[in-house]
Design a protein around this ligand. Structure first.
Ligand SMILES: Nc1ncnc2c1ncn2[C@@H]1O[C@H](COP(=O)(O)OP(=O)(O)OP(=O)(O)O)[C@@H](O)[C@H]1O
Ligand SMILES: Nc1nc2c(c(=O)[nH]1)N[C@H]1C(S)=C(S)[C@@H](COP(=O)(O)O)O[C@H]1N2
Length: 171
């Protein structure tokens, strides 16, 4: 079966969780434009159930939010922020060890599209994705940079591929 046939047969509507990772937004010092944008776009695309949480750039808080999303039945998690190289950017270090399989292609395509938008500064993100399997379930996670531009670029890829990723992740 080809990729298009796989996508056609993949489930279409999922329970999402958006997790914003930001020190300033978690303290209420900055509006979480990116997280709110992601929630709206996912709902507009017909994914009615979208959990939403803001956490500071702290490993245990990030892992805790991922675990909470899984326990609340999320099938796809999108994180926003903390993918850079500053010492406080720990989203990738926190989430990557949870992956059963990493989807490195997501980061490659995300950086390719980002290069067209922001040029070589696209090297600054370690955006990635993966599948976590537990208790007979699979959950896909996509980790995006915190800017609104990154959320706009990332959500387009996620909306196109989430079903396909989940279909194979459940196999
Ligand atoms: N939740 C968000 N909504 C909108 N823009 C954001 C958000 N998080 C980060 N950005 C923007 O993305 C860019 C780079 O992100 P970076 O992780 O350095 O953000 P930051 O504001 O330093 O994060 P923190 O809140 O953790 O200190 C900055 O221009 C920042 O304003
Ligand atoms: N598409 C896109 N990718 C992007 C950006 C952006 O604005 N748009 N910002 C870059 C910048 S400036 C940084 S520092 C890194 C990491 O951002 P983060 O720490 O918020 O995850 O993402 C990069 N990738």
């Amino acid at each position: 079966m080809g990729a298009e046939e796989h996508k056609r047969r993949a489930p279409k509507k999922f329970k999402f969780a958006v997790i914003t990772v930001s020190d300033t937004a978690s303290r209420g010092e900055k509006e979480d434009k990116s997280g709110k944008f992601l929630v709206e776009e996912l709902k507009k695309a017909g994914h009615e159930r979208v959990l939403y949480k803001i956490v500071p750039d702290e490993k245990i808080e990030i892992i805790g939010a991922v675990v909470e999303a899984f326990e609340r039945g999320a099938e796809v998690v999108v994180t926003s922020g903390g993918t850079g190289i500053a010492s406080r950017d720990v989203t990738i270090e926190s989430i990557r060890p949870l992956f059963d399989k990493e989807l490195t292609g997501f980061g490659e395509i995300f950086r390719l599209l980002s290069y067209e938008e922001i040029g070589t500064a696209a090297v600054m993100t370690r955006a990635t994705a993966g599948i976590i399997r537990s208790s007979g379930r699979a959950m896909a996670i996509f980790c995006l940079p915190g800017s609104l531009g990154a959320a706009k670029t990332g959500v387009k890829i996620i909306l196109k591929e989430a079903g396909h990723v989940l279909k194979h992740g459940r196999e």
